[in-house]
Ligand binder design. Structure first.
Ligand code: GLA
Length: 730
């Protein structure tokens, strides 16, 4: 059992991997947070709660209290009752006020981890994790909150979520529902890390000192968004890739979120993460309950690198599921950059024929195969094959592709509707909208009201018709704009504050329904690239297209940031043609492949236009993909020279197989700057093993490679790279 309850001191101790998390039922049955960090041995550390008992301007429940509710570390901070920091849960009660004050009532500890109704979440068997449930009650209203904590036994990860239950007799409105709230006793000198970005420039790494001004990463776009990933970390100021303390927070959610932190007046900090309270108001009638999404907290005392590897392990083994959790992903070729909307069946078969001969395993037909879709101005919603383009129909095309030994994948953008579509002409009320306002248009399209069961039924049936008409192995599930005027025609006025969350619940329901009906389908989620790259989507689609920017130099930054939380096996990365369609930059073919090899790997180009030399390179790259698969997809990532470090002209990383016997290292020069010395230290190797570098035949010990390092004994210019495979000697 990784969770114990010390009844004498009323303290809970959760040990997850190499981390500990302690909380206490304290005075007045408040839940106090005691500690979160590296593993500790003791349980009774309640002395930590003594805190500024006489502070002015800090009202208390009882004048004799030896703690100050204004700065004490709380586990489930309420609202309007002496804690003036951000609340975890705020309920507007039937009297109309928002005072909320949850106190401990009872608890339960058990092996395993419960699922969350209607929401994606990590999962664990009974021998892999333990769960603590704490029931709290707000005495004035009778509203209850059940706090869930799961500690993974072998992984330094703790998950949290909350269920708010209206056990009162009158209805209430949930105004704020955070998934986690963690109060750090000492946060002076810490840094805050987040991932920001935009279309074609996702997951940019930003690190700054944590200050007294609250920093918030958030989305109110209806998707987790390109702009901020639902991730935030605090770290010691000296933390690097492999050293220092890091606390990571990641939300398993694909909609509006908020994650914030700031230093308080006594040097502590509160981290809050959950559904964005803005545009959120959930009516909770008597007897109803509401589940927040899950927050995943990871602690590392070996830097950002170990935080990432912990997330990677957790998400590979306890979030991704179904056949494709372990099945080898096919090397795919996608038609988008090769043809955009301009293709027919013969062109696709020609792509497939060329690509199959080179070792590619699946053809993905991207946007443009349905309705009158010859550009992005129409037809979303009309999921009927365009037989003028695909002469003989879809099944005939798929058979021709399959006959070449290739699997077949198809693109959908289910949540959207074009104003110029038969669907919109029949159901204009199916688009999200609010009364007396126009509908903003994005990429010439509106967003469907996914809160509606009839909309979801239509989508399921339309997709089912396509899927049942032939053999489809893969779906690229796209989402190319964000939500505006987010109102639903079917919801009452006092429920319109539920639309954003209900939209996400509707999306999850449809995904679940589709996967239950077609369990062998491989889903790749996409939102103009990485606009919805989050742990929520990974529960349904084990890979996500990381960015529409396929330029290898830009990808160094994008994939670095994405790798902070998400493993290589989830990161859609393809080799595309040059000059790159997003940046106009030309980079060497082998560098494009080396960078894509750090993700799911595939192609996004016209194979008929490849030179003989390039074809030979593709053949070799495909063979390498199979050789490297256990290292990259099942191994561990070490970022040796992060492209965000002082030297932005270089990057290096390596993947180490689970048994540490194989290492694939890549070194890239982004821009030639006259500095001709190319040196990097490996990491994660077994220091006692001797490794043979494949090309040179040189044999070196793990300790030499990690301490003295390795060197590229060549001059390298703009965009050039070298990849090295090290294999342990018997
Ligand atoms: C989005 C995706 C692209 C492509 C297009 C098709 O932008 O990110 O990969 O599928 O849509 O319209």
């Amino acid at each position: 059992m990784s969770i114990i309850y010390d009844a004498a001191h009323r303290i809970f101790k959760l040990d997850a991997g190499e981390s500990s998390y302690l909380l206490q039922v304290g005075a007045h049955n408040y839940l106090f947070h005691l500690y979160y960090g590296a593993h500790i041995s003791d349980t009774d550390i309640s002395y930590l709660t003594f805190h500024c008992p006489h502070a002015a301007f800090s009202p208390k429940q009882d004048a004799a209290d030896t703690f100050n509710p204004d700065v004490i570390a709380f586990e489930c901070p309420g609202n309007g009752c002496s804690d003036f920091r951000g609340s975890a849960i705020t309920v507007q009660n039937a009297d109309g006020n928002t005072a909320t004050d949850f106190r401990y009532v009872s608890h339960r500890i058990y092996a395993g981890k419960p699922a969350i109704r209607g929401l994606p979440a990590t999962y664990a068997a009974e021998d892999e994790a333990d769960t603590l449930e704490i029931l709290c009650r707000d005495a004035a209203t009778g509203v209850e909150t059940l706090l869930f904590y799961t500690a993974f036994r072998g992984i330094s990860a703790i998950t949290r979520h909350a269920r708010v239950i209206n056990s009162a007799e009158r209805g209430v409105v949930l105004r704020r529902a955070m998934s986690t709230a963690v109060d750090f006793h000492t946060a002076n000198g810490m840094d805050l890390i987040c991932l920001y970005g935009e279309h074609n420039n996702e997951c940019r790494f930003a690190r700054s000192p944590l200050t007294h001004a609250r920093t918030e990463v958030f989305s109110k776009r209806g998707a987790s968004s390109h702009m901020h990933n639902p991730f935030l970390a605090l770290c010691s100021a000296n933390a690097t890739e492999e050293e220092g303390e890091v606390w990571g927070f990641n939300l398993v959610y694909s909609g509006n979120f908020s994650a914030s932190a700031n230093l308080d007046t006594v040097g502590g900090a509160r981290v809050l993460m959950g559904i964005n309270p803005e545009d959120f108001a959930w009516r909770l009638d008597a007897g109803e309950s509401f589940d927040t999404p899950e927050a995943v907290m990871v602690y590392s005392d070996r830097g950002l690198g170990e935080m990432s590897r912990t997330y990677h392990r957790l998400y590979r083994h306890h979030l991704c599921r179904g056949k494709w959790k372990t099945a080898k992903r096919p090397i795919l070729i996608n038609s988008w950059e090769a043809a955009y909307f301009n293709f027919d069946d013969d062109k696709l078969v020609a792509f497939a024929r060329e690509a199959a001969a080179l070792g590619v395993e699946m053809l993905v037909m991207d946007d443009g195969w349905f309705g009158k879709r010859n550009n992005d101005k129409c037809a979303l919603g009309d999921w009927v094959v365009n037989e003028e383009k695909l002469k003989g129909g879809l099944d005939s095309l798929v058979r021709r592709v399959n006959a070449l030994g290739m699997k077949f994948g198809i693109w959908f953008e289910p949540e959207m509707i074009s104003p110029d579509s038969d669907l919109y002409r029949a159901h204009p009320d199916w688009a999200l909208q609010v009364p007396n306002r126009g509908k903003s248009i994005g990429r010439h399209q509106y967003v469907l009201d996914m809160t509606r069961a009839d909309v979801r039924d239509y989508l399921f049936d339309a997709m089912k018709k396509v899927l049942d008409s032939t053999k489809i192995d893969y779906i690229k599930w796209d989402f190319n704009r964000n939500l505006t005027e987010a109102g639903s025609a079917l919801l009452a006025a006092d429920r319109q504050g539920e639309v954003f969350h209900r939209f996400v619940l509707g999306l999850y329901e449809l995904l679940e329904r589709l996967l239950s009906a077609y369990p062998d389908l491989l889903l790749e989620s996409c939102s103009g690239g990485g606009g919805r790259f989050d742990a929520g989507m990974l529960y349904y689609s084990p890979q996500v297209w990381a960015s529409d920017n396929t330029d290898a130099m830009a990808r160094l930054d994008i994939q670095y940031g994405t790798s902070l939380c998400y493993p290589a096996s989830t990161m859609g990365a393809h080799v595309s043609a040059v000059p790159n369609h997003a940046t106009r930059r030309t980079t060497p073919f082998d560098t494009r492949a080396a960078v894509a090899m750090a993700g799911t790997f595939g192609y996004e180009l016209d194979p008929c236009k490849l030179s003989e030399e390039e074809k030979a390179a593709v053949r070799e790259q495909c063979q390498n993909y199979h050789r490297y698969y256990p290292i990259v997809h099942e191994g561990e990532l070490y970022r040796l020279i992060p492209p965000v470090s002082g030297d932005r002209n270089r990057a290096a990383w390596c993947h180490v197989s689970a048994d540490k016997r194989q290492v694939l290292a890549t070194y890239v020069v982004r821009r030639f700057d006259g500095q001709d010395r190319h040196h990097f230290r490996l990491a994660g190797l077994d220091p006692t093993l001797r490794y043979r570098e494949e090309k040179s035949g040189r044999v070196l010990s793990g300790d030499t490679l990690m301490r003295a390092g390795y060197a590229v004994e060549e001059r390298l210019f703009d965009g050039q790279s070298r990849t090295f495979l090290f294999v342990a000697e018997e």
